[in-house]
Design a protein around this ligand. Structure first.
Ligand SMILES: [Fe+2]
Ligand SMILES: [Fe+2]
Length: 269
């Protein structure tokens, strides 16, 4: 089973960049299943029903979320009907929708789980280790299980990945919007990457306009962070392959496309 996992999609620019590249990427990487984190897709925070449906129309099989899961309040009205939308499993005060679900992909079952981490995060959540433990102990077992661990701290993500080594197929970090270069397959077969990165404006501050961010953060101006919808886009994703029988990860590599060109972690002028 080959799976592509796209990092946080930021704004229309990110959505359209993913939508335009996806047919080519799905063919090139022979992808069977596509996961994308959509927590920033609607103007940088949250996800409207329209943008969720546009991601599904673009070919995404499952959309995960994060701390901005309800920044667009309308999600509370449509999430029960959005059967390909996974909100954080360990929310304390919201029980609509699901935080973990199983999808059928040509006879292979794929579970996708979304969790919020705790270090440097403001949300009140249940302990993520316990939340995932309960899924593993009490919910339907799937052939492959991908966990989107949405958290700020790389060490927290590494710890979580190691703790569940051999019990899930992959732990992929999201939230920082910066793709890391630490892809691993742990000893018992769990694939791991600290952060999948972002799909949005390449020359930006985690997707937002640089000048606006400087004015706000350095000069203390009371402006909102804005998006450059005509910027050159970066599309960051994780390319993974799994054994359909054991669920073990056989291959994992972070990939970036900048302005449509493939890129593996080098910089040049
Ligand atoms: Fe986030
Ligand atoms: Fe994000």
């Amino acid at each position: 089973m080959k799976i592509l996992f796209f990092g946080d999609i930021v704004g229309r620019l990110g959505l359209e960049a993913v939508a335009s590249l996806l047919p080519k990427l799905a063919q090139k990487y022979e992808a069977d299943f596509i996961i994308a984190n959509g927590e920033n897709v609607s103007r940088g925070k949250g996800i409207t029903e329209r943008d969720y449906l546009d991601l599904i129309d673009a070919g995404v099989d499952c959309v995960t979320l994060g701390n901005h899961w309800n920044s667009k309040k309308q999600i509370e009205d449509y999430i029960e009907d959005a059967d390909r939308l996974i909100r954080p499993l360990n929310l304390l005060s919201f029980d609509k929708g699901v935080g973990s679900a199983v999808f059928d992909c040509d006879g292979v079952s794929i579970r996708v789980t979304n969790l919020l981490g705790t270090a440097f995060m403001k949300e009140d959540v249940r302990v993520p280790y316990i939340a995932l433990r309960e899924v593993l102990d009490h919910e339907e077992k799937a052939d492959i299980h991908i966990v989107d661990y949405h958290a700020e701290s790389t060490s927290e993500k590494q710890l979580f990945g190691h703790f569940f080594d051999g019990q899930v197929s992959a732990v992929i970090g999201t939230h920082t919007h910066v793709q890391t270069n630490d892809a691993r397959i742990f000893p018992k077969g769990t694939g791991f990457l600290s952060d999948a990165g972002m799909c949005g404006a390449d020359d930006s501050i985690i997707g937002f306009n640089v000048e606006g961010a400087i004015e706000k953060m350095i000069y203390g101006k009371d402006n909102k962070l804005s998006l450059d919808e005509d910027a050159k886009p970066v599309v960051c994703f994780v390319w993974m392959e799994f054994d359909d029988e054991t669920g073990a990860c056989h291959f994992i590599r972070p990939v970036q496309y900048i302005g449509g060109n493939e890129f593996y972690g080098e910089a040049s002028i």
